[in-house]
Design a protein around this ligand. Structure first.
Ligand SMILES: [Zn+2]
Length: 75
């Protein structure tokens, strides 16, 4: 992630600036310490966290400015 471009929401078709980071892990694909991240605007945070939540993938929801990308993880 570069500092020059504003991170945008990961929801389909949404170009809003991201406010939230949703950290998730699919235990079938990823080692337990691995974190995939989705970005969400205020509007889509609920929707995206529900999507991950019902599958048991959601680990953490953090405000973008407080998010520290763990070593070795990717978007
Ligand atoms: Zn959005």
């Amino acid at each position: 992630m570069t500092s020059s471009d504003t991170p945008t929401c990961s929801a389909k078709g949404c170009r809003d600036a991201a406010v939230w980071v949703l950290a998730w892990n699919n235990p079938k694909l990823h080692t337990p310490e691995r974190r995939k991240t989705w970005l969400a605007c205020e509007e889509h945070r609920e929707h995206l966290s529900q999507f991950l939540g019902v599958r048991g993938f959601l680990k953490d929801v953090v405000r973008l400015e407080e998010w520290v990308q763990p070593e070795g993880s990717e978007r």
